[in-house]
Design a protein around this ligand. Structure first.
Ligand SMILES: Nc1nc2c(ncn2[C@@H]2O[C@H](COP(=O)(O)OP(=O)(O)O)[C@@H](OP(=O)(O)OP(=O)(O)O)[C@H]2O)c(=O)[nH]1
Ligand SMILES: Nc1nc2c(ncn2[C@@H]2O[C@H](COP(=O)(O)OP(=O)(O)O)[C@@H](OP(=O)(O)OP(=O)(O)O)[C@H]2O)c(=O)[nH]1
Lengths: 195, 195
């Protein structure tokens, strides 16, 4: 997505060879118009197949783009919780997600009330790195007996193995921007060029 | 807001005399069209004064309605973090927020890059109960030297003292629904009637 790549080039900060900071429009401050454009892009891509009935994401940075995507499809958004919320009941799907950074395993949950075998789910998230969170969401879709339309990712770090893991497992992954390399020394972000 | 009150009556679950569960459209599953309507309502209410330059909320449940509100105003959304995120820097405004439920004090943060003295900020959140989180956000606006347009709240529990605290402090608080009472026995939600 051209507009997104321009925004990344203008405002993205390379923190290291493996971490890109995009707090100014995606992870802390959010650009609403860009977020709407991303939702429309995901809709264009995923509306051609079987009818999507739910958009599934995970708190917090997935919510904004998950919402604008759900808006285009005219379906509800569900966001997985990383920690127990005040009113979360015990009837939940649970998935374990390993964090390489924190070196710990955490649970993510989705209430059974909001995903059923009748659903055709589109997973949306902001970053795809090692794919653990994405696989956790896939597991929840599978536990619900729902079918998976695919995964829409805003920024895929193609130098990490999440994309490969997911595609090798047969899932359809569509990223608005794929980063091949973060050159920390030259402060240069290299994208995979659009076909 | 009539549409919201109807939704609360249809789908809200009274968990106790003080807690209402609205997971099906506000806190876990999100109704995108309703969320857009809420954003338009907040815009109608707060667009009459000095020009709002930023919408400020707090992760996670404030993000969706914060986004649709920011969309109407054509300004960025900023969401305060409750815990350190991967790329959060040390140049942050910090505020302590006490949780009566957890009986602990936590810190919420907003990067100094995203709030300045030139901003006129509209705070948006899903629930107003004891007002601690709202006061935390107000403190951050004040630390930035920004002015406060007011606070837009989806559901105010008027039987708790958050609304009174904020209004007594001189802040303009506008709630889309004010709940006077949660009758756990009769399973009845009592709203303050619209003027
Ligand atoms: N800005 C930025 N973030 C990255 C990058 N790579 C991964 N992340 C995000 O950092 C967080 C790291 O998550 P961990 O669970 O600790 O996973 P990991 O160490 O195994 O990668 C995740 O945020 P999250 O769970 O989505 O948090 P939230 O923002 O939704 O609260 C992930 O999306 C990157 O290059 N830049
Ligand atoms: N559903 C529901 N939630 C309520 C009600 N009253 C308060 N809350 C929410 O519960 C959470 C309680 O926060 P605490 O910080 O523990 O505060 P408290 O015990 O002093 O009220 C907050 O969610 P949060 O921080 O906004 O969490 P998140 O949903 O954004 O992750 C608050 O908005 C209620 O009657 N119903």
């Amino acid at each position: 997505m051209k507009l997104l790549k321009e925004k990344i080039q203008q405002e993205g900060i390379i923190l290291s060879e493996s971490v890109l900071k995009v707090d100014s429009f995606l992870n802390h401050q959010i650009d609403p118009d860009l977020t709407v454009a991303m939702g429309k892009d995901f809709y264009q891509h995923f509306s051609k197949g079987k009818k999507v009935t739910k958009v599934l994401t995970i708190e917090s940075s997935g919510i904004a783009v998950g919402l604008t995507t759900a808006l285009e499809f005219g379906v509800p958004l569900v966001f997985a919780r990383k920690k127990k919320s005040l009113t979360m009941n015990n009837e939940v799907f649970v998935s374990k997600v390993y964090s390489f950074t924190k070196q710990e395993t955490n649970e993510i949950t989705v209430s059974k009330k909001f995903l059923s075998a009748d659903d055709h789910v589109l997973i949306i998230d902001d970053f795809l790195a090692n794919g653990e969170a994405a696989l956790g969401l896939v597991s929840i879709v599978q536990q619900a007996g729902a079918s998976l339309a695919g995964m829409g990712i805003v920024i895929e770090k193609a130098f990490q193995d999440g994309g490969q893991k997911l595609r090798n497992a047969g899932f359809h992954v569509y990223s608005l921007a794929q980063i091949i390399r973060l050159d920390h020394e030259k402060k240069k972000i290299e994208f995979r060029e659009e076909a």
